[in-house]
Each structure stands twice: as structure tokens, then as C-alpha cells.
Design a binder for this molecule. Sequence first.
Ligand code: NI
Length: 171
Amino acid sequence: MALQEIVTYPFPILKDTAKPVTEFGEELKKLVADMAETMYDAPGVGLAAPQINIPLQLCVIDISPKDAPKELIVLANPKIIKGEGEEVDEEGCLSVREYCSKVPRYAKIWVEAQDIDGKPLSFEAEGYYARVIQHELDHLNGTLFIDRISSLKRTLYKKKLKKMLKAEEGK
Ligand code: NI
């Protein structure tokens, strides 16, 4: 297992649509282990493969409470086949530095995916879990949560980031 570097906006891969996972073998298991280690280290509740510069439709999620046993969820080629209701809540992202914003999401979703062995999965998710899945799925389609906020807020964030990057360059 090895910790991977998380790329951040505006790194180009974050804008791309990832490719389907087609090989379910040892290499994929190793990648998933790296992704999980990187997510827990960050720490975060979800990580998509493009965030470590791998263009695959793959994400790991763990929303279990801090002191509870780990409950890693691995989704390969996930799709939301239906969504219902709307909830607005605060989101951040390991690939969007120093920013959080309220983002509207489906309150309930129906998901189809494959597990780490390629076995088909079909399940429903609600509330926070549904939000995290929608956030990670967005990553697989080249979308960040800042693409889902008002253009004014996005512009302000881009300005803030520009300043931040400039200040870092000057160091
Ligand atoms: Ni994210």
C-alpha cells in the first residue's frame, strides 16, 4: 500500500470523464487499497480515482463515524439510475482547496455499480450517504462541487485560489 498524491483544481484530469473499469484483478485491488489509504490519511469520506490522477470510474467511500470500525465501500462503474427529492447542504472536496459551499443534491438515489470483484451492485441511498455518492460520481464525470454553485460564488472562489497560488509561488 502506498499513499498517493491528491491532485487539486485546476488540475486537468478533474475535468475529464473517466473510463470504465474493465479488469477486476489484483491490480485493481492494489489501486483500491492505495485509494483507501489516501482517503483515510487525508482524512476524507470519499475519494475518486481521478483525484489521484487515474482516469477510471472507481471510487471509495467510508462515512462511518470517526471512532467506529471502518466500513469501506468500493464502487466501480457507478451510475445513478434514479434520483428523488432535493437537499441542500455544505460540501467540501479534497481536490478543492480551502473552500466549502452549500450544494443541492438528490435526497434519495438508486445506484447501480460493480464491487471490487466486478459483481453487480444495486442499492438505494439517502441523506448524507446519497450526497457523498453523488459527489464522488461527479468526479468520475469531470464535475466538481464548485461546478454546481452559482457562477458568482465560483468566480469569487477562483479569485481567492488565484491569490493563494500566487502567494505560495512567492514563498
Ligand atoms: Ni471531491
